[in-house]
Design a protein. Structure first.
Length: 518
């Protein structure tokens, strides 16, 4: 963090504000100054901004509904609101200084209780840091529609309300309960080819019929049938089974999508509610993959902007000290053996790595040049950061950019916890032998493919018993929690309408458990 003194403030320059009270005129002046730094120096590419100031109760309400300004009704949102309001009023929790929504225009909610210095910080943090990341990161470009999300949420709210009026709140609630419970298994983790349009389906069907007519020969109708041998019958049965699974695109990772499309019992309005639920899950999926990068980008931007404004004489020392105090609190990383340790702070790790990238570009060591030959010493740290913000997620960003310098600074080490061992083993520390393994272990801990359960739909014989068969591919011999796996199959049963089974298999194919719906 750079040191500043009174001498750095330019003479004759009037600060943007003095004192803690904010007004809309002050917010506008601060926003304009932030925009100049963000665009001219950091060269950020953002959506248009919409800044709204809201009360603490409105902030709590936004908390309860995933931060969205429009959301359908569900009892879980009210429960979350009541719990967090109770904790907030008792002083047991603080509220975020802002909430930012990945939309076009990008919406940032600022707390009305914030001081003017804090409003300046959060406009830079959310309106330009998060905003740039939302617009440019590949995961958000691939999986989200920033321009259409608010219209979609309004449609979802109105559709659910109409269903409640027509079919009853209890019936709608049952579908939403199951959809929310299975939400983690309602996303596509890999890009799927687009579904054919109705016109394309009709064209394919017409071509198929024409092909059958061209290849049809009536003489074959009079030929006596040939009896198949047992082996040929078995092969034919296997081929029919394989064809059936190909038509169902099995195995399928998106459980909600499969149920929505193939459930024998769901009505059309219920299928649409499932589609709404999984579209919302998909919208938030990139945020789960980029917490370190997204918050690191926002912290780096607000820190750079605040320092630039101070250097130009646009922030007073009092305002700068308040910003730096809040910034230090946000990026604080408690020691692993302290009572306040709850894991690695994503704000702290992301900001530290981005500051380190800047150092490597401008003041590299021989070690940096060995580890990062493509950009060490190139001087253009802004281009390196923008490339990282656009093309990486947490797991790949850490695997590519975490430096030995930062590993030593953070004193990182790896603990090996084997289920059949009585003690924990510190397998690697921050030294020459441990750098690569520490980086690999830390990166893997942010890989959703290794964190979230891998549950697939492997079969559903729609012409037979209609049982939905799921499989959990276990990692490192860790099965699903017994109570949770029973809940999964029961929720799936409520939507599928017939029996649901779930088996757990390890890497060798050995079956560890089987659960059936109740």
């Amino acid at each position: 963090m750079r040191a500043h003194s009174i001498a750095t403030v330019r003479k004759g320059v009037t600060p943007l504000f003095e004192g803690g009270d904010w007004t809309f005129d002050r917010l506008a002046r601060a926003y304009d100054a932030i925009e100049v730094v963000a665009q001219e120096e950091l060269r950020l590419d953002t959506y248009p901004n919409r800044i709204e100031v809201i009360s603490s109760e409105q902030m709590l309400d936004a908390y309860a509904s995933f931060g969205m300004p429009i959301m359908y009704r569900h009892w879980s949102f009210g429960k979350r609101f009541a719990r967090e309001e109770h904790y907030y009023r008792k002083g047991l929790m603080n509220l975020a200084y802002e909430i930012v929504i990945n939309a076009n225009p990008c919406i940032s909610y600022l707390m009305e209780e914030n001081t003017m210095a804090m409003q300046t910080l959060v406009m830079a943090h959310a309106g330009f840091g998060h905003n740039h990341f939302f617009r440019n990161n590949y995961a958000f470009r691939q999986w989200t529609d920033a321009a259409g999300i608010l219209d979609f949420m309004e449609y979802a709210k109105n559709f659910v309300a109409r269903c409640e009026e027509r079919y009853g709140a209890a019936a709608v609630e049952r579908v939403l309960d199951a959809a929310h419970a299975l939400g983690d298994h309602g996303v596509f983790r890999f890009r799927r080819p687009p579904e054919p349009t109705p016109t394309e389906r009709r064209r394919r069907e017409r071509l198929r019929v024409e092909d059958e007519e061209r290849s049809y020969n009536d003489v074959w109708r009079t030929v006596a049938p040939v009896r198949e041998h047992k082996e040929e019958k078995a092969l034919a049965a296997q081929e029919r089974e394989a064809k059936r699974k190909r038509e169902l695109k099995l195995p399928e990772e998106n459980l909600l999508y499969f149920i929505e499309r193939y459930s024998p019992v769901l009505e059309e309005w219920q299928r649409e509610i499932l589609r709404i639920a999984r579209e919302i899950n998909q919208y938030f999926y990139p945020q789960k993959q980029t917490k370190v990068m997204n918050e690191g980008c926002a912290c780096f931007v607000h820190h750079y902007v605040a320092n630039a404004l101070y250097d130009r004489g646009l922030l007073t020392e009092g305002a700068m000290l308040e910003i730096l105090h809040q910034h230090s609190s946000v990026i604080a990383q408690p020691a692993y053996d302290s009572s306040g340790y709850f894991g690695i702070n994503p704000y702290a790790l992301g900001f530290a790595m981005m500051q380190d990238i800047r150092r490597i570009c401008t003041e590299p060591t021989a070690e940096d040049r060995e580890w990062f030959p493509s950009f060490a010493g190139n001087g253009d740290w802004c281009a390196v950061l923008k490339d990282a913000w656009a093309n990486f997620r947490d797991e790949s960003f850490i695997r590519q950019f975490l430096s030995p310098h930062l590993m030593r600074q953070w004193r990182l080490f790896v603990i090996l916890d084997e289920s059949d061992a009585s003690d924990l083993l510190v397998s690697d520390i921050h030294d020459e032998r441990g750098y690569a393994r520490i980086r690999d272990a830390l990166a893997s801990s942010y890989d959703l493919a290794g964190i979230e359960p891998d549950v697939l739909v492997v079969d559903a014989d729609l012409a037979g018993d209609r049982q939905l068969r799921l499989r959990h591919n276990m990692r490192d011999g860790i099965p699903l929690h017994e109570a949770e796996r029973q809940k999964v199959v029961n929720h799936a049963r409520s939507l599928w309408g017939f029996d649901v089974s779930l088996i757990g298999v390890d890497a060798t194919g050995a079956e560890w458990f089987e659960v059936r719906s109740e």
